[in-house]
Design a protein around this ligand. Sequence first.
Ligand SMILES: CC(=O)SCCNC(=O)CCNC(=O)[C@H](O)C(C)(C)COP(=O)(O)OP(=O)(O)OC[C@H]1O[C@@H](n2cnc3c(N)ncnc32)[C@H](O)[C@@H]1OP(=O)(O)O
Ligand SMILES: CC(C)C(=O)C(=O)O
Length: 538
Amino acid sequence: MSGDNRIWIFDTTLRDGEQALRASLSQKEKIQLAQAIARLNVDVMEVGFPVSSPGDFDSVQRIAREVKGPIICGLARAVAADIEACGEALKAAERRRIHTFIATSPLHLQYKLRKTLAQATEQAVAAIKLASRYTDDIEFSCEDAGRTPIDDLCWIVERAIAAGATTINIPDTVGYTIPNEFAAIITALRLKVPNIDKARLSVHCHNDLGLAVANSISAIQAGARQVECTVNGIGERAGNCSLEEVAMIINTRKDVMAPLFTDIKTSEIYRSSHLVSQICNMPIQPNKAIVGENAFAHSSGIHQDGMLKAQNTYEIMSPEQVGIRQSELNLTSRSGRHVIQHRLAELGYSQHDYDLEAVYKSFVALADEKGRVFDYDLEALVFFQNLKEADDYYQLEFLSSSTHTGHVASATVGLMCNGELLTEAATGNGPVEAAFNAITRISKLQIKMVDFNLQAKGSGEDALGQVDITAEHEGQRFHGAGLATDIVRSSVLAYVHVLNMIQRAQRIFVHKQAYKQAHKQQQQPAEPAPLTSAAGGV
Ligand SMILES: CC(=O)SCCNC(=O)CCNC(=O)[C@H](O)C(C)(C)COP(=O)(O)OP(=O)(O)OC[C@H]1O[C@@H](n2cnc3c(N)ncnc32)[C@H](O)[C@@H]1OP(=O)(O)O
Ligand SMILES: CC(C)C(=O)C(=O)O
């Protein structure tokens, strides 16, 4: 039976996976998970250990009744009461499997079961025979097979098959083996057990050394035709072989895995993974293969540039294959110009709408401060970049401010004024007022604040703060805007914007006066060149 090419996927999320949970699942939650696992199109799903509690018995019974598609399986020790409870709970299933097991390693036999291998074998044979009263689909597992001498393993497996087991499962119960060793166990069983072809050979690997998936893959390459696994790899201790990883290895590496295949509907992977994580309260690590938040996210410029040119430069499978809408190109200080240009194009900006070098420079500064830059940050950067003028008279060079509860605040501001650095310090009721007072000392302009408005751009604690100021100078009103992660800085940038607007208005005035003067002297003077506004950005 181990000669065919379909790898059966035996999901044990609701049995071995459930053993790892800190809180028990309600029956409704188990049904929800079972439906999601059935949508993955697994071949078998092990949904509980019916003898363990009335609650588990009921949920196995309900899943057996309600969930269609896969073979529904229950676990039972090689004990009559366990087999009977399992057989009863599974009765309503269209297709049912009883999975019975006994430990075979010298350690487990001596200390846990206090039996000889012969006694354990006798008990297993009796359990398999009893199970055959309920179903002809019987799986037998040699618990701790990974640490069982190969001849002992062959001995009990041969007798289990003779007794009626149709699947023989070889668990690496404590995740002890390494891939070539585990593959050798499968090879030896296929060579040494005379009736091995009468059963499907299965593996059940734990992840104590992080090798559950690698061992399972080695085992199927050696002839195993069923892999026991769980969604997200949840399970006892360090967990089990992860369903999504095994399925995607077989799917992605057809060059080495073909003609082997699974019937898993891979587009259901992401959805079921997140449901399992949520219901089981088991967060998924961001770098988890296939389903982690970063599995299809690219953060560095060289990778992002590669991705934009050809997706397979940095992706060996597509996110759509596992049910993720699209890859993500995260904007961080490691990003380059190509991805900024690409993202702005997606947001509707053409290359003529902004100066890439200038936007990139402020993007890197912001990314260094914030970590990740979002679309709304990028749009704000472009907006503020476009407000800036090459001939801005004032530029903010530095700003420092301090506040102490119950005391006046102080600020020191350095402005580059037409190429010369001017610095002033001042106090105020708050850091913004202190900084504004310092700026007034530098500019020596009499400015009256008419309106001050602060709003958050984006959400969360690292949102940008945009400040809009309306100020009056010599009877004329000016608007200034500033954007930064720190609101004192946004306020100062907005104020510097106002100064530049005033300065520009004064230049226009002088320019016009000169024009009028010239007009008086000549009959047809040339038009004066237009002058525009300025702004402060990050
Ligand atoms: C490797 C695995 O993941 S195996 C599955 C592990 N899952 C679970 O254990 C969850 C379900 N378990 C339970 O609810 C309980 O342990 C029960 C109902 C099965 C048994 O509970 P209790 O009767 O109180 O026994 P307890 O769990 O303390 O001890 C286990 C007993 O089963 C025996 N046992 C262990 N495995 C097997 C087996 N495969 N076949 C027969 N007997 C076994 C042990 O030797 C021990 O017997 P002892 O009482 O004669 O020493
Ligand atoms: C019952 C068996 C398959 C098991 O869970 C194990 O050995 O880890």
